[in-house]
Design a protein around this ligand. Sequence first.
Ligand code: NAP
Length: 300
Amino acid sequence: MDVKKEKIGFIGLGIMGLPMASNLMKDGFDLVVYNRTLSKCTQLEDKGAVVAKNPADVAKNAKVIITMVTDSPDVENLLLGENGIMSTIEEGSIVIDMSTISPKITKELNSKLNSKGCYMVDAPVSGGSWGAIEGTLSIMIGGEKSAYEQCVPLFESMGKNIIYTGESGMGQTTKLVNQILVAGTMNAVAEALVFAAKSGADLEKTIDAVGGGAAASWQLNNLAPRIIKGDFDPGFMIKLQQKDLRLVIETAQSMNVPIPGTSLASQMFASLLSKGLGDEGTQALVKAYETLAGVEARTK
Ligand code: NAP
């Protein structure tokens, strides 16, 4: 199939999905979109997208369907629930799931699609809402290779670092590796900033100094400047980070792999969820360390 000539379905127009779908439209793809909260479709409808009534209606009108929703049960519901994709999907269609969900459930859904002559390509992303807006996401892809190859023009419209990682579920597994790294790094950034604040260090100069050396990281260079300004708006919400760490912990337990660093980060994020801060960005992890140390890491 030549995806450039196909109508493309897009389901889930949240922080990530909306800019990703916009980039596809900018590159000339013809979209049929669905979002549970209908009002989020307006912006794309104004640019010419067709708005579908439900996921089944998307699958009736598009042979490639991208999903970008929250968690495993949400993707299962889009496919298998009432008015779901499976009820109308045509043989030869491809579902590209770009949400971060369980590798195990991904494989199960792929098998169900295979029984209808279709494929699921798992293609979770990294790079945050900024990467989604700029079209510079890292995309980690698993699934049938021929299905992936047909979808490359779509991935190129949404991302820059596009890596095929292997069989179904392997894209999600790679994303969980990514989440171990980002949660551990965010934890270190939060701890380091609180240490610097308690020491009376100039926080801006500290970030500039250590951000140019071996301690540089995406979290330090992008999120620490926001922390010290008191900007906790989400690119990536704490509640979604915790969902991903839950997937990491479940998967690690199934393999008897110890993950003490990730478990610590997860406990610190949990303390913020219990304070009702789940909708804040992951940089708000600093607040957990601030509470412990009795100091705020902010510029005056
Ligand atoms: P978000 O802003 O909360 O958007 C979630 C989207 O999923 C909304 O469109 C929501 O619809 C839809 N949805 C949730 N449950 C649904 C259900 N049961 N049925 C139908 N639609 C449902 O989240 P996001 O930040 O865009 O994240 C989306 C995915 O990308 C998540 O898996 C997340 O882990 C992953 N991700 C996020 C980032 C990031 O920086 N934000 C980075 C990498 C990966 P409503 O509008 O009706 O609520």
